[in-house]
Design a protein around this ligand. Sequence first.
Ligand code: SAH
Length: 251
Amino acid sequence: MNDYKLLVDLHKQGHRQGPGGDAETEQALNLAMADRTAPLKIADIGCGTGASTLLLARLLNAARITAMDFLQDFLDVLKETAENMGVADRISTLACSMDNLPFADKELDVIWSEGAIYNIGFEKGVADWRRYLKAGGLLVASEITWITDSRPTELQNHWDSEYPEIDVASAKIMVLEKHGYSPVGYFVLPERCWLDQYYRPLQARFEDFLNRNGNSEEARAIVAAEQREIGLYETYKAHVSYGVYVAKKLG
Ligand code: SAH
């Protein structure tokens, strides 16, 4: 089994594949001040199994949402949940890469992306996706963010090698401004979005995951890497979180 297969196997049973929460998705929607009765065209980029997609579909009765991810297995889970929840008629799924989206220029009212834009880098995502938004359209993206102005060397070194674009919120907001957006709002995901709503449920699946996969070296390596990431978060959570950024396309 390749690593993606194993990662899918570990993550597809999770409600979320990254830190977040339904209350925080709704908070971002409130910040965006989107018209909840309008027939908005929305893309949820890097949607995973669709925690945010499904909530948006429930909160926005008239919206049409394209749930997009490059892992079809996640989209299959999303589709089944959408059918069970009775919102499948307003969601279509799209398996492709976020650096090669098939949307037309100015097609979308809202681009939503939780815990995923880092895969191509925040600045590239913000710059490249802008063309798909109508003027006045909204970008809502969560992004790993420093929440203090200095931090311990171990943590700094870890992120400098994992994701050098990590920065403070003011720098992220400047990126939005530089690329033709007007910032509308920002908030920090609280600790429960990491621990109660992501890491603890993930840890609870480790044992079954290892058993299903014959306790293979690859499976154990994945669990060990997740545990290291969790340990790092627990030690340094005063310094790092996800910021949720809401911005409007200008011009
Ligand atoms: N938004 C979901 C999932 C976040 S995890 C949530 O908050 O729960 C990041 C997601 O991005 C994963 O589902 C992963 O499959 C997807 N992803 C990673 N790289 C991608 C790429 N290049 N194109 C499309 N999706 C990608």
